[in-house]
Design a protein around this ligand. Structure first.
Ligand code: BDP
Length: 613
């Protein structure tokens, strides 16, 4: 799905701003047809943003179920005759979209875009756009939630939605809502891949053209012309055809923190007249896993960075351009080169920014919580559940993998897909559940990037059933925090012992830490580094990072987390998760300086070794 941009042939109208808003406390909005006519409310809400913190009242912040958004939309006359598409960057987690009272779209999954074409006959002078947003998560959704209903003494239904993951279940219209115009026949999709050989490169492209009756083929009288344009605006090379190749000499490669973006300009023509035009930014680079190394542009890459969250004061999980850019500038300040979109796909705007800044991304689907004993056993010890006998996430999982790869396939910043975070990989059923999903990701990705599953502390070399199937061993490990609590020395030793076992068992697979960290309350200090102090966080990071150099295939370290973030309430969280190297308002803890010193001394790419060795 192409990102909405304005070009000579396309217009984008932003529908963000202040919308009417109503909480559906009794889930009666559907029956009472709140989608017909003006929403009966005095309340308003900002779009894009999570509604939770903005509403200020705890019954809205913690509401389980539906809320309704509404605004009027006027379509400018100058767009008459154009194909009009209503597009949502994301609605978390389930959306029902009504246009002048009629249901026109439904989408499940809170982190991927969806769109719907508006029929010209449905467009009135002023149109009413209403969206019902539902935040319920259960064992068939991703992320996974533990949903239950009970009745109070008056027979009123009480809904409980316990997240089976460690972040606050923010909800709302989280990303831009746009009205996009395209010509009637239009560029529907562009697939880009490349091959590099020394200083030259070939970019292969495949363009899909569609009209009102679906895709059209090359015999339809339409033609496609493609230009490759350099950063300075000069034309590098051109090609013709729905599919083809662009040959580039003296290619400028996209490299970590040293990005270079070509523009691939696709033109749809009929009898020499321009019908549609779309510009896709494209960085040329290669990615491969070989001999236990992670290669970018045929050189061993070392991941330095974080697991992050889309999480901010006031706007919650809503797209926040200023904070996103600040985060990347802070990362660059400390020599970080990469992050993982833990635990869901991030905004398209963020991915475009990463292409532009040269930030390397491990792109994760929202498959978190596929472990039915995870939060439950931690908080309220219960009988062990059989995750793969009970879980019903297969269909949602197939969908999110397809939607993420369709959305992000051309991004040079994306070097690996993560198809789950901390599932129960020790239990029987894990291999049967994940093998087809790994295959699906590989089949769907035109660039054939590596695929991983990020594993939990208990997934050990002796027990983990998925490690043989994935390309990179991505480990979330908390030695010296959840294990060997208070003793970083013992933690370091335990980390080393486990890493050595992985190295022995899979001598050809790269290994990295995708999470390691310690909760740290900013401003807590002690001479003897005790848990929760800034000194302890530094000691913990030091003790763990000291083990890495001795592990031959160790290819990277992502600290958990970039910044403190909001979670639901429980006995192991203090107004959220405090493992941030920065506070939630982006003030550095001592660890930021420790990591800056360490990371600025480690090269992003090892120049001296190459894949030929
Ligand atoms: C891991 C999860 C992450 C948590 C983190 C923690 O992947 O979402 O926030 O540990 O406990 O289990 O801080």
């Amino acid at each position: 799905m192409l990102y909405p941009i304005t070009t000579q042939t396309r217009a984008v109208i932003d529908l963000g701003g202040i919308w009417r808003f109503k909480v559906d406390y009794d889930e009666c909005g559907l029956n009472e047809k709140w989608f017909m006519g003006m929403l009966d409310t005095e309340s308003v809400m900002c779009v894009p943003a999570s509604y939770n913190d903005i509403a200020a009242m705890s019954d809205i912040r913690n509401h389980v179920g539906s809320v309704w958004y509404q605004r009027d939309v006027v379509v400018p006359q100058l767009l008459t005759g154009q194909r009009l598409v209503l597009r949502f960057g994301s609605v978390t987690h389930k959306a029902h979209v009504y246009w002048n009272g009629a249901l026109i779209a439904e989408h499940s999954g809170g982190f991927t875009p969806f769109e719907v074409v508006l029929k010209p006959s449905d467009i009135a002078e002023t149109n009413q756009l209403t969206v019902r947003v539902n935040n319920i998560l259960d064992i068939s959704t991703l992320p996974v939630g533990l949903y239950s209903e009970s009745k109070d003494e008056n027979g009123k239904i009480i809904r409980k939605n316990m997240p089976n993951f460690d972040f606050f279940n923010y909800a709302g219209i989280h990303r831009p809502v746009t009205l996009v115009s395209t010509p009637e026949y239009f560029i529907d999709d562009i697939i880009l891949t490349n091959e590099c050989s020394g200083t030259s490169a070939k970019v292969h492209y495949a363009v899909t053209i569609s009209g009102k009756d679906g895709a059209v083929d090359a015999d339809s009288g339409f033609s496609v012309a493609v230009d490759c344009i350099a950063e300075d605006g000069s034309l590098v090379t051109s090609a013709n055809g729905f599919t083809g190749e662009l040959h580039i000499e003296n290619v400028k490669r996209w490299n970590p923190l040293k990005p270079y973006l070509y523009t691939i300009r696709v033109k749809l023509l009929k009898d020499g007249t321009l019908i549609d035009l779309y510009d896709e930014p494209y960085g040329i680079r290669t990615v491969a896993v070989k001999n236990g190394q992670f290669l970018i542009n045929e050189k061993p890459f070392y991941f330095k960075g974080f697991g992050k969250h889309e999480d901010a004061f006031y706007t919650g999980r809503g797209f926040n351009a200023a904070q996103t850019l600040l985060d990347f500038n802070l990362m660059k300040w400390m020599g970080a080169n990469s992050f993982r979109t833990s635990h869901y796909p991030y905004a398209e705007e963020t991915m475009r920014l990463c292409d532009r800044l040269g930030i390397v991304v491990i792109d994760e689907v929202p498959a978190v919580g596929i472990h039915l004993n995870f939060m439950a056993s931690l908080l309220t010890p219960a009988e062990k559940r059989d995750t793969f006998a009970e879980i019903q996430t297969k269909a949602a999982h197939e969908t999110v993998i397809r939607e993420l790869i369709e959305r992000d396939k051309n991004h040079c910043c994306v070097v690996m897909w993560s198809i789950a975070n901390e599932p129960e990989t020790n239990d029987k059923g894990a291999d049967a559940y994940f093998a087809p999903l790994i295959k699906r990701a590989k089949d769907l990705d035109p660039q054939k990037r590596p695929v991983t599953i990020v594993t939990l502390m208990s997934s050990l070399p002796e027990t983990c059933r998925v490690s043989a199937m994935i390309d990179v061993l991505c480990l979330n490990r908390y030695y010296g925090w959840y294990l060997q609590s208070g003793d970083v020395k013992e933690g370091g030793k335990a980390a080393y012992t486990e890493l050595q076992k992985w190295q022995e068992k899979f001598p050809d697979k790269p290994i990295m830490y995708t999470e390691f960290g310690a909760d740290t309350v900013a401003g807590f200090h002690s001479l003897d580094p005790v848990m929760f102090t800034e000194e302890y966080q530094v000691a913990y990071l030091k003790a763990n990072t000291e083990q890495f150099a001795a592990i031959k295939n160790f290819v990277g370290e992502h600290v958990w987390n970039f910044a403190d973030f909001e979670t639901s309430q429980n006995i192991i969280r203090v107004q959220g998760n405090k493992k941030g190297v920065f506070t939630r308002d982006r003030k550095p803890k001592m660890a930021a300086y420790f990591l800056k010193e360490r990371w600025t001394a480690i090269p992003d790419l090892k120049e001296e070794e190459s894949s030929q060795n």
